[in-house]
Ligand binder design. Structure first.
Ligand SMILES: [Zn+2]
Length: 338
């Protein structure tokens, strides 16, 4: 019991110190799901196809992680660091991925490619090239379905079939997964956990799939990393290696990063502090007292905390946090430890 009190106090302190402003803004966005906000939340997750998804997740009693919340939290946590990780989703593509790889090779930059099983099956030589050139091959599911709408068996198929394909080609089972659209719920999370994988999110959405314009991609990177503003925050950049415009944007983006003394890391060699915060493992919904395991002093893992289903205009106080915990609306992410 004593330990539990310490835990809770620590967690509340972490909350109050680090995350209240974000929680408040997140609570507002949860509370008022206007069509625009819904669309924007979804569009941050890559594809315009499924505008009701966010709403479905919020209305269900399933676990929901707002990727916007994740991104702003991550930006906050990475504020001081001029470090980015590059990630490319939805490939490999025979016409564009080789150009991306050429540029990365020329510039000695390592990235992470979250590939689709469907594409891996068609283009195993590209998967092999990505791996052989020192990049990380991550799993982006087999067919880019919204996993939060699938049953456990189907989710497992999407994950495992892709893992098997990748392992057959590279000899290594992927460690990282990025669920399409960032769409997750409890079922998805336990499937990822069962597969022994870490879920990787992102903090900078270049919206390259939307603009299909290299200038716009560069502008988004500049804007979201606060480069022109002079703040120089770090982040994990989401791009798609399947568009010619993304290929054309890569050199200018890397030039801009280099000119502003950014370091580009791959996800497996980010310093602890960086990787902790955007490669998230084992989210917990706190219906029970928070376990010892979650105490940052004991686990040595930082925590990210958010409130789900916060009532509009309700202030986030320590009492409110306790209530939220009791109602199962306090969501804790235990960051991944290396
Ligand atoms: Zn995708």
């Amino acid at each position: 019991m004593r330990n539990f009190k310490i835990n809770l106090k620590t967690i509340l302190t972490v909350c109050m110190a680090l995350t209240i402003p974000t929680i408040l803004s997140a609570a507002t966005s949860f509370a008022s799901v206007s069509p625009i906000e819904t669309k924007s939340a979804v569009s941050n997750t890559e594809s315009p196809s499924d505008t009701n998804m966010e709403e479905n997740l919020i209305n269900s009693d399933q676990l929901c992680i707002d990727t916007n919340l994740g991104r702003s939290r991550l930006k906050e946590l990475l504020l001081e660091k001029r470090a980015v990780a590059l990630t490319f989703d939805d490939g490999p593509h025979p016409l564009t991925t080789p150009y991306i790889l050429d540029i990365l090779k020329k510039r000695h930059v390592k990235a992470t490619f979250f590939v689709l099983g469907l594409q891996a099956k068609k283009y195993p030589e590209l998967i092999k090239r990505i791996h052989d050139e020192g990049h990380i091959v991550g799993n982006h599911t087999y067919s880019h379905k919204n996993l939060s709408k699938l049953k456990t068996a189907a989710i497992k198929n999407e994950i495992e079939n892709t893992n098997k394909l990748i392992e057959k080609i590279t000899g290594e089972k992927p460690k990282y997964i990025r669920p399409p659209y960032g769409a997750i719920n409890k079922t998805v999370i336990s499937a990822i956990k069962d597969a022994g994988m870490s879920m990787v999110l992102w903090t900078v959405d270049t919206r390259d799939w939307h603009s299909k314009n290299e200038k716009s991609v560069l502008k988004e990177v500049d804007r979201q990393l606060h480069i022109s503003k002079g703040d120089y925050i770090g982040g994990a950049i989401l791009m798609h290696d399947i568009y010619p415009s993304t290929v054309r944007s890569l050199d200018p983006v890397l030039d801009k990063l280099a000119a502003n003394e950014y370091k580009v890391y791959s996800i497996n060699n980010l310093g602890n502090s960086e990787s902790d915060f955007w490669s998230v493992k084992t989210p917990i919904i706190c219906k029970k007292p928070i376990s010892l395991h979650a105490n940052p002093e004991i686990s040595k893992n930082p925590l990210m905390i958010s409130l789900l289903k916060e009532k509009p205009k309700e202030k986030v106080t320590q009492l409110g946090m306790l209530k939220a915990r009791k109602e199962g609306n306090l969501l804790i992410y235990l960051a991944m430890s290396n």
